[in-house]
Write a protein that binds this ligand. Structure first.
Ligand code: FEO
Length: 396
């Protein structure tokens, strides 16, 4: 991406990564991503807000040169993760006079992960400022979105808030600002689910601090900027609220068809009772789609055959992920088939310790389902409907 002028003295100089399909060797990126970096030219000093992934270092350096940055005074680091900090060493080499400005925790992480020498840093605390002459940067420490050292930077005179990962989306797009909210919403929700959801109890505090500022533009470090910040701020408020939807995720694996038949039967029984259902074959699903539905589903049903003595490894993976992401789920249960025994239910339940869920009566059967087994699944569907109907946090 070539540099783009946002306003007088303010440029977008980062990179679009159209082709990246996996983050952290874990998170699918079906729509690619971007690493946004912003250059601010003040009357007395020039600052760069965050950098880019190491693979895009050449793009960033070329962009800085092409808009005539001969001297760079400051590199503001809002987050030490390498997709934003990885090019800092190259920037410091290209601009030997530049100092990295960040909080103490972020400084320590940058020293540890990127081996940046301590004398290249200026530390700033919460509420402190940095003057660029006619422009002022204010630092807002915002820990745990999603690392402990994260912060926002607020450009006071322009009412622009640089939030790094927070409020971002993994979306490669040529749009500098959100143009199509329907396109951005799923990307932002997926991003929230995969990255921010484990910190949903901390996020409201950060949203409150943002609400106290005048913010015209939210500029995250992934995806397009928001010139209508309420779009993303309202979405986050909903995602972190205690409310869940009248929705059940049926995540299944089947080896010889028995558990698959049970999952299908239960899904149909729930639909008959007016419940929204999302069914995922765990051997084929994009795990990011599952994470996105975990944001507001009320109930998770793990459907797994018994392999040796426990759940199928694909079900273990999904269970581990659901537990790690700490969604708002209210209820969970296990259904499935076994050949001769096992401890599947105990093992799955034992992996859900992070979740404040009520475990509903499981339905584990021997072999292929029979009439009595279907009756047990109907009873489970009745129980789920009753729980949803009576639960004040479930939006019917
Ligand atoms: Fe986009 Fe946490 O890095």
């Amino acid at each position: 991406m070539n540099p783009r002028k946002i306003r007088e003295g303010l440029y977008s100089v980062g990179a679009i990564d159209w082709d990246r399909r996996l983050f952290d060797e874990l998170i699918p990126l079906p729509k690619g991503t971007s690493y946004n970096s912003f250059l601010i030219k003040g009357s007395e000093a020039t600052a760069l807000i965050d950098t880019v992934d190491p693979a895009k270092t050449a793009t960033l350096l070329r962009n800085l040169k092409s808009i005539g940055v001969e001297k760079l005074d400051y590199v503001i680091s809002n987050h030490a993760e390498q997709d934003h900090s990885g090019a800092i060493p190259a920037v410091l080499e290209a601009y030997p006079e530049a100092k990295v400005v960040t909080n103490t925790k972020c400084k320590n992480m940058l020293m540890e992960h990127l081996l940046i020498p301590e004398d290249r840093f200026i530390e700033k605390g919460d509420g402190e400022t940095l003057s660029l002459g006619d422009k002022t940067l204010e630092f807002i420490i915002a820990p745990w979105v999603h690392w402990p050292e994260t912060q926002f930077t607020y450009l006071r005179e322009e009412w622009i808030l640089f939030t790094c990962d927070f409020l971002g989306s993994h979306l490669a797009t040529s749009d500098m600002y959100v143009k199509d909210e329907g396109e951005v919403y799923p990307g932002a929700k997926r991003y929230y689910a995969e990255i921010m959801m484990p910190f949903k109890h901390i996020i409201p505090k950060h949203l409150d601090r943002i609400a106290a500022l005048d913010v015209e533009i939210v500029a995250p470090s992934h995806g397009p900027m928001y010139d209508n910040p309420s779009f993303i701020l309202d979405a986050y408020k909903e995602w972190v609220s205690p409310e869940v939807k009248n929705e059940v995720i049926v995540a299944y694996v089947t080896m010889h068809g028995s558990t698959g038949k049970m999952a299908e039967y239960l899904a149909d029984a729930l639909i008959d009772r007016g419940t929204r259902v999302k069914v995922y074959d765990l051997t084929a699903t994009d795990i990011g789609e599952l994470a996105m539905d975990l944001v507001d589903a009320a109930t998770l049903v793990l459907a797994t055959p018994t392999v040796l003595i426990g759940p199928h490894p694909s079900a273990v993976y999904a269970t581990y992920l659901a537990n790690a992401l700490k969604p708002k789920l209210r209820y969970a249960t296990v259904i499935g088939s076994y050949g001769w025994g096992g401890k599947t239910v105990e093992m799955v339940a034992g992996m859900l310790g992070n979740l404040k869920v009520e475990l509903l009566e499981p339905v584990m059967i021997k072999g292929y389902p029979t009439e009595g087994d279907y009756a047990a699944l109907d009873k489970l569907a009745d129980e789920i409907k009753k729980k949803h109907d009576e639960d004040g946090n479930v939006k019917i």
